[in-house]
Design a protein around this ligand. Structure first.
Ligand code: ATP
Length: 311
């Protein structure tokens, strides 16, 4: 039976499972998100993020598991949940042949808000869209489109925002602005769950969850996730890094190898074995520098390990 609601917790689900055909696309997924927090949701393409988000907001019924979203039962109170959640889907879902202002007024009317013109004007001001209010939505660049979509999401005054890869294909400056706005919203008490492939965005979340093949592999603060991974890592620079990487992939003691620009990141979970590898391979053409693992190192290790285990 679903536990009673706790006022501090916005999302509290356990064992969520969704099966499409023969495939378990979400497998025993458990997550708890505090109100006012920004929860990052990461994982490779097709790992089950969108499906999970849709179960959280009442658009899909789970085949297994239970839980609450904003204190409401995700199985039996789906309509109530939908009314309090702003869901920003991956595709642009507003009207391209309406202006920014018309789109926002339309959303305000759909939700039956009082004074839709005033609500749209307030959203325009809040998101810095006033100067562009008369522009057709279909003519906006990626960054402005996402800003408009966010405006439409928050216009009805939701308590929870579910953002599915909101900054995919958006330039770095627009991504930063978008994230500043997400932080403002969280400071005002909104809870945000946001899926992303960008590590810099993950680092701006209070906590993150990483899903692979439908299974939650790790969750928590970035510091906890990095510490719990127990990786000893080195940054290697020098000549012939691709050949070195190919060799290291099979070296005992090495659990992850990844190229980052002009360097290799090499890590292992057995500190002694990893130090021995560094001592063996350091030479005049390769400089090995012991460094703290990054979040991306940890995810690469998790993915490598899970795929090695035949998943
Ligand atoms: N309605 C559906 N019917 C059948 N299979 C589906 C359906 N929706 C999703 N899938 C499959 O479920 C798996 C998980 O998809 P999902 O969209 O949840 O992943 P995702 O992590 O959001 O991926 P991406 O980052 O590419 O958006 C994929 O293999 C997808 O093809």
């Amino acid at each position: 039976m679903t536990e009673p609601a706790s006022p501090d917790i916005a999302i509290d689900v356990s064992g969520l499972t969704k099966i499409f055909g023969e495939k378990k696309v979400v497998d025993n997924f458990t997550l708890r998100v505090r109100r006012g927090h920004i929860q990052g949701f990461l994982g490779p393409n097709g790992s089950g993020k969108t499906t999970t988000i849709r179960m959280l907001c009442g658009l899909l019924t789970p085949d297994g598991g239970e839980g609450r979203c904003l204190g409401l039962d995700i199985r039996t109170q789906q309509d109530e949940i939908k009314r309090q959640v702003g869901y920003m889907t991956q595709g642009f879902s507003l009207y391209r042949d309406l202006t920014i202002r018309e789109n926002l007024e339309f959303v305000a009317r759909i939700y039956g808000l009082e004074a839709p013109e005033d609500m749209a004007q307030a959203a325009l001001e809040r998101l810095g869209l006033t100067a562009r209010a008369g522009q057709l939505a279909g003519e906006l660049s990626g960054g402005w489109k996402q800003r408009l979509a966010l405006g439409a999401c928050i216009l009805p005054g939701p308590s929870l925002l579910l953002l599915d890869e909101p900054t995919a294909g958006v330039d770095p400056k627009a991504r930063r602005d978008f994230w500043d706005e997400i932080h403002h919203l969280a400071n005002e008490g909104l809870t945000v769950l946001v899926s992303t492939h960008y590590m810099d965005e993950a680092e701006r979340c209070h906590e993150i969850a990483y899903i692979l093949d439908g299974k939650l592999l790790v969750s928590g603060t970035i510091e906890d996730i990095i510490r719990n991974a127990g990786l000893t890592t080195y940054v290697v620079t020098g000549e012939g890094l691709d050949a070195l990487a190919a060799e290291l992939k099979h070296a005992p003691g090495v659990d992850m190898v990844a190229r980052f620009g002009a360097a290799l990141h090499v890590g292992g979970r057995d500190a002694g074995a990893m130090e021995a590898v560094a001592a063996r391979y350091a030479n005049a053409s390769h400089r090995w520098t012991h460094d703290k693992p990054t979040l991306e190192d940890v995810f690469i290790d998790l993915m490598t390990r899970n795929h090695r285990n035949g998943q």
